[in-house]
Write a protein that binds this ligand. Sequence first.
Ligand SMILES: [Zn+2]
Length: 348
Amino acid sequence: MVDQLEQLLTQLETLRTHAVEELSPINTSAELDEWDTRYLGRNRGELKNLSSVMPKLSKEDRPVVGQKINAVKAVLERQLKEKREELKARELMLALERERIDVTLPGRTIPAGRVHPISRAIAEVSNIFLKMGFSVLQGYEVEDDYHNFQALNIPVDHPARDMQDTFWVEPGQILLRTQTSPMQIRTMEQSQPPVRVIVPGKVYRNEDIDATHEAVFHQIEGLLIDEHCTMADLKGCLERFAHEMFGPDRRLRFRSSYFPFTEPSAEVDISCGLCNGKGCRSCKYSGWLEVLGSGMVHPKVLRKVGYDPEKYRGFAFGIGVERIAMLKYDVGEIRLFSGNDLRFLRQL
Ligand SMILES: [Zn+2]
């Protein structure tokens, strides 16, 4: 019986030594939990296994072994507690290191947005006409055939319709407006002279896209109707616009042209700012750049909306916004405006 007792005490001592040895290299809570289960586990822990022989021991040996078991258990539990605290402290240190805030680092910059060059051009042109007493109106992008063509003196079989290849919503009836001019008709239908409005907005043409043509682009329509209004007023108004927009040195040239809804009609060119009218690559060596179409409102159009052409006269013009933006911001390619390429937009 003495042998059995000594053997048991030796086993307990060995268990203690092994357990303590295995504890020191443990680095994580998971490993520590494993260690806890292996040595101190209630079901199959090694200490529990050795305790299971207790009932077989003699009355004298039992307290000796019991004491030893308790002593080993106390040592292991104390070491476990210390190790747990050590690991916890280390994990906290690591977390603090990881989450450390360096207040000297520069902050994250939020890039500032900016106005798109087309919107900017529309705002600049609008401001100039607002100062001359014009109001700014919005029109409809989906229009009917009557307001887009017929009321503007472009009947169903008129050859001018060939100039405007149309996107039809309902063929012959509803379309995506090919010009901002339908708002001339809608404005005059709804009000009496004097009329002074500009209408910026998108227009649609079923065109092949190239460096100077887009299927969707922007126009600014202008309309003035009053009792006394001549071509001289039209010239003065557009000259004022050109000088405010491009500078006081620029000259305007009126070339006679044809639009169904104005008579007489004129294309308006502005002197090239790069060569000062002498001729260069940018103006195709002509010294002039096309900027808009204009004319005196056709009497037939006035009659359509119930205005008396004997009493009222007026002028109208249509400005291509992309054209203006290309000239003003020196852009050689119309497709850049619709591309939404930030590398381009950030330069303007
Ligand atoms: Zn030039």
